[in-house]
Design a protein around this ligand. Sequence first.
Ligand SMILES: Nc1ncnc2c1ncn2[C@@H]1O[C@H](COP(=O)(O)OP(=O)(O)O)[C@@H](O)[C@H]1O
Ligand SMILES: [Mg+2]
Length: 154
Amino acid sequence: MNEYYEVTSASPEETSQLAEALAKHLEPGDLITLEGDLGAGKTSFTKGLAKGLGVKRTVNSPTFTIIKEYKGTELPLYHMDVYRLEEGGEDMGLEEYFDGDGVSVVEWPSMIKEELPQEKLAISIFHLDETSRRIRFEPHGARYITLCKEFLKR
Ligand SMILES: Nc1ncnc2c1ncn2[C@@H]1O[C@H](COP(=O)(O)OP(=O)(O)O)[C@@H](O)[C@H]1O
Ligand SMILES: [Mg+2]
């Protein structure tokens, strides 16, 4: 397994604040994937990221929308929750988002493995108990290694 960093969050607010802080380090074209069981906190994390990017609208994961685009005062956010996708993501034009000027966040990346760029920040959230989560940051590629070092300074 690649090198990774882990942080423990003791509350939904802490997860949100962590994501909000991460957002300040993001650049156009960055890709973040979010793995974890239902209820782990992927959408909560995305909401924090959105706040950090200056998105004013409420971010949620509506039942029939796979990709949602949000304007942010810092950067746009492209939120993809591909949980309900049944085939791979071939014809969805995902590259346009990955090559776009915003930050792409993909919940359930395993559903579109073939379509995802190699370089990304892969985040996994593990359920520890009712209110705590372990959040793992696994950088793939030089850009994200630098990002993790800056953001998680250790
Ligand atoms: N430390 C924590 N971090 C994130 N969410 C938490 C935490 N503790 C409890 N929760 C709760 O877990 C749920 C996570 O839901 P959600 O973000 O929709 O998960 P997912 O998108 O992974 O299915 C929320 O109800 C949230 O309040
Ligand atoms: Mg979700």
